[in-house]
Write a protein of this length. Sequence first.
Length: 453
Amino acid sequence: MTDWKFQRDAIQTFRFVRCTFDAATGVAQLVYAFDDGPELVETITVPGAPFTLDGERAAAVERALQLLHLITGVSYYKAAVPDEIRIDSYAIDADTAALLTLIYENGLGEFAYRNGLNLHGRIRFPHGANAGDGAPVLGLREHALVAIGGGKDSLVSIEALRTLGVAQTVTWVGGSQLIKACAERTGLPTLNVGRALAPQLFDYNREGAWNGHIPVTVLNSAILVLAALLHDVDQVVFSNERSASYGSLIEGAGEVNHQWSKGWACESAFGDHVQRRIAADLHYYSLLRPLSELAVARQFAKSDRYDAHFSSCNRNFHILGERPANRWCGVCPKCHFVFLALAPFMPKPRLVGILGRNLLDDPAQTAGYDALLEFQDHKPFECVGEGRESRAALAALAERPEWREDALVERFAREIRPQLDAGDLRIEPLLVLDDEQRIPPALWERLRAHLSA
Ligand SMILES: CC(=O)N[C@H]1[C@@H](OP(=O)(O)OP(=O)(O)OC[C@H]2O[C@@H](n3ccc(=O)[nH]c3=O)[C@H](O)[C@@H]2O)O[C@H](CO)[C@@H](O)[C@@H]1O[C@H](C)C(=O)N[C@@H](C)C(=O)N[C@@H](CCC(=O)O)C(=O)O
Ligand SMILES: Nc1ncnc2c1ncn2[C@@H]1O[C@H](COP(=O)(O)OP(=O)(O)OP(=O)(O)O)[C@@H](O)[C@H]1O
């Protein structure tokens, strides 16, 4: 064991070694290993300890901990993608194995595509027969843990829930100062869950591990489910919009969705599983599922409360490495898209003030915008709206005197718009609310009225 070296292609087995939770400290340890190599220990710390857990709630916490262990393993499994998966210290049933296969295969879709790997049929979680449905009703208190990511989406949800009078705690995972500042700006109760990846993963990455995107949203979701049980809360609320269900269309490969774990397929499978197998009265849902990215942007633009605090630029959220000096790098797909999506709904000086520059008047950004428009390129592997949303937003700006002379708007009107069907360029149809969602029905009725106001 002391001589063990990470040799990606020689590794045969990925092991889920054990998971533990200490109610006195709020610390969960999620332990993995390759073959008989060193233990890889990821640590999750839920503030609020000590936690007093009675019989049924303690059992639900144990089930949530195992689900978290199984989902979080994706970060380590991907480093070698070995043929065999083993679960050393507990057993899972066929339903749980099916959920995990769905999450690993699809959540690692971009990773597999970029590395030229085929994961279909390769990910096999050992399992027994189905244990049957029947998670108990725990009598959880009516309260929402709302995930906050520092960008516009979660802020739209938080403000909607505030307006609708839903009691909420603004919750985030990890040490981002930007998210903390946004959370504090809400003026609501906050909960910051600590997360430390096993340090060896960074060594393995340097030593030739497979690397690439992992389904981080479902991982954060599993963390919040555990935190909800510990804090006796009946709702875990995310802010994943309808557009997240659509990936990039790649010639020869089909659809590859960077944000698969923000999509409806993941939300419905994960949310149903939580209610069937963990706690029948724990509701996991995305409040923004009925909305397109443009509809979310329109909603965000209604208030300027967060203009000086939020950022959707993912470059702020690296564990290691540099972050943009003024919250917006201005050159990545998310900066491009958010600028474009907000532009039809916000006065121009306000938007330029938020990002610090006018991205649509910068010819150097042409290729970036072409990818968003799916013009001579595919939609970027990032959390951006659908191509039709970008095209509709630019078409709207091409009609506005304050925007139409800007370099990229003018180019769109001259070169790209004539190749498109005018009927597909209207914004209004993209703002219609969708019915595919799992928001608690009474809340959905009130939310629909609020969003339509
Ligand atoms: C901040 C970011 O975008 N990171 C992505 C980037 O990672 P990078 O290597 O540049 O830096 P770090 O994030 O600091 O990660 C260092 C290494 O750690 C590993 N890792 C990290 C987190 C984790 O949960 N598991 C891990 O294994 C990984 O090996 C890193 O190399 O590129 C990576 C490869 O494409 C991405 O996976 C990183 O994405 C993060 C996991 C992340 O948190 N990204 C979110 C900002 C993000 O993409 N959110 C999407 C949601 C999409 C989804 O749910 O799938 C969004 O904006 O909506
Ligand atoms: N560190 C985090 N902890 C908990 N939840 C997070 C974290 N980062 C992102 N999320 C949540 O994951 C979901 C997807 O994140 P995403 O980045 O799309 O949203 P956002 O930051 O609210 O908005 P934007 O799209 O403008 O960046 C959101 O519900 C967000 O709240």
